[in-house]
Design a protein around this ligand. Structure first.
Ligand code: MG
Length: 458
């Protein structure tokens, strides 16, 4: 064969390969529990209930020990996951959205789903959204082909909000943009979302898809179906987690059955830490942040460090543990890269591509020089390496000029021992990083507006 013929044949082969590769873009499944604590998974130390499917997922993939969400409550955390940005940048850091709220995730922001649409993905959000319940903010307007779920939290049903003098409607269950049920029986939400998710994967098994499955559970009020209720030594909360674990098993089983297991990255994590009120007040025995201090709605580790397991057979080595700092904001640039898509370049994105980190490539360190802990619109703490500096605590508000607290998370993950006095140079360095965040993102605690914040959706 003449050289030109060989080259032509090679070129042709390359084109075919490129086409085949394009056809085999990976699928992405992100399972997002609500208010499930760092200690509420078997392989993170849970006792009195078990999560064998999540534990197996970790044994077949990677378990992250230092994974952070972008905010300690539902709306900010979800904003960070969906856009790869600090919620403060998006105007969504303050508390959460309520049924009386007029704002939402700005439709001009670019979500993971919108990025994947540019690569021909089928996209679904099945579960709790909480980034704006008005039609213009719903998942269907933010890159998702399919939405089935609640627009906000499952406790926002019919209650009267005093400060706004607003009576919320019954909890809506929405399909696409239409309310199809009011006050759905919450015992069956986990199961229904699971079944709906499996139907979506079956319908799209021959093309790349993105399934975002943000469960309502175990956010208060918690419910489990009859099959799980009363089954654990822990009580109802344990039953609820075991049902979520069952759901994870169903999703993984469906991927195997459909023959797409080996081209699907599955991520399991949760939106913020657990609610650790007394059982008497909660009505059930609470979950756990394991060895971490604090709970949901705090910037102690227990509020923002959450369990996270990732699995992709053949790509992520099984049974590995990643101790590098990774955040929920990294999911967007990482997924974009894996799908051969561009992360947005016309704006600041805080997340980084962490694929080499979670794959356990030797010597690969976290790309984050600093991680910022915001609660509402206040910068409360900064982590760099193993050091964490608390620069503002709500309990300091009354006093003036409180000295910052420094913790060495490597030896003091429970944040019990302040070592600021022994490490003046570390304090100074982290204060410098905190100052950088105030400049960039703003900080109500020091009256800073932030030069790179973008408008909330109105
Ligand atoms: Mg939550």
């Amino acid at each position: 064969m003449a050289l030109t013929g060989v080259l032509g044949a090679l070129g042709c082969l390359q084109a075919v390969r490129a086409e085949a590769a394009a056809e085999r873009l990976p699928n992405f499944v992100v399972i997002f529990a609500d208010d499930q604590g760092y200690g509420d998974v078997g392989c993170y130390g849970a006792r009195d209930f078990s999560t064998p499917r999540l534990d197996r997922m970790a044994a077949e993939g990677v378990r992250l020990t230092d994974f952070y969400v972008a905010g300690p409550v539902c709306t900010p955390s979800r904003a960070g996951l969906m856009t790869g940005c600090y919620p403060k940048r998006l105007g969504l850091a303050y508390r959460v959205l309520f049924p009386y709220s007029k704002t939402g995730l700005n439709p001009d922001e670019i979500t993971i789903a919108e990025i994947l649409k540019t690569r021909g993905y089928a996209t679904a959000c099945i579960g709790k959204w909480h980034l704006g319940h008005h039609a213009k903010f719903l998942p269907t307007r933010q890159g998702f082909d399919v939405f089935f779920g609640t627009p906000y939290s499952n406790d926002m049903n019919g209650q009267h909000y005093k400060e706004q003098d607003f009576k919320a409607p019954a909890l809506p269950l929405i399909r696409q943009e239409k309310v199809v049920e009011e006050d759905p029986d919450q015992r069956y939400l986990t199961r229904r979302y699971t079944e709906e998710s499996i139907r979506f994967m079956e319908a799209n098994k021959d093309r790349p898809f993105f399934l975002y499955l943000p469960h309502n559970m175990p956010h208060r009020p918690i419910h489990a179906s009859e099959r799980f209720k009363g089954k654990t030594k822990h009580g109802l909360y344990g039953d609820v987690i075991e049902e979520i674990d069952w759901s994870v098993g169903e999703i993984l089983g469906a991927l195997k059955r459909l023959g797409i297991d080996e081209r699907t990255l599955v991520i399991f994590t949760t939106d913020n830490g657990p609610v650790l009120l007394r059982a008497k007040r909660l009505g059930y025995r609470p979950g756990s942040a394991g060895p971490l201090r604090g709970m949901k709605n705090t910037t102690w580790e227990g509020g923002m460090r959450v369990p996270c397991v990732m699995r992709w057979p053949g790509k992520i080595p099984g049974g590995t543990v990643c101790e590098e700092l990774v955040t929920a904001m990294d999911v967007l640039p990482t997924i974009a890269k894996l799908a051969g898509a561009e992360a947005p370049k016309d704006r600041i994105i805080d997340g980084k591509d962490v694929w080499p980190v979670v794959c356990g490539k030797a010597g690969v360190r976290s790309p984050h020089e600093a991680f910022y802990y915001y609660r509402d619109d206040r910068l409360q703490a900064v982590r760099s390496g193993w050091w964490k500096l608390h620069v503002f605590r709500p309990e300091w508000e009354a006093s003036s000029g409180h000295a910052p607290l420094l913790h060495d998370l490597k030896v003091d993950v429970g944040e019990r021992t302040d070592v600021a006095g022994e490490h003046a140079e570390v304090v100074k360095r982290l204060q410098g990083l905190a100052e950088r965040a105030r400049e960039d993102l703003g900080d109500a605690a020091t009256n800073r507006s932030g030069k790179n914040v973008r408008p909330v959706g109105e």
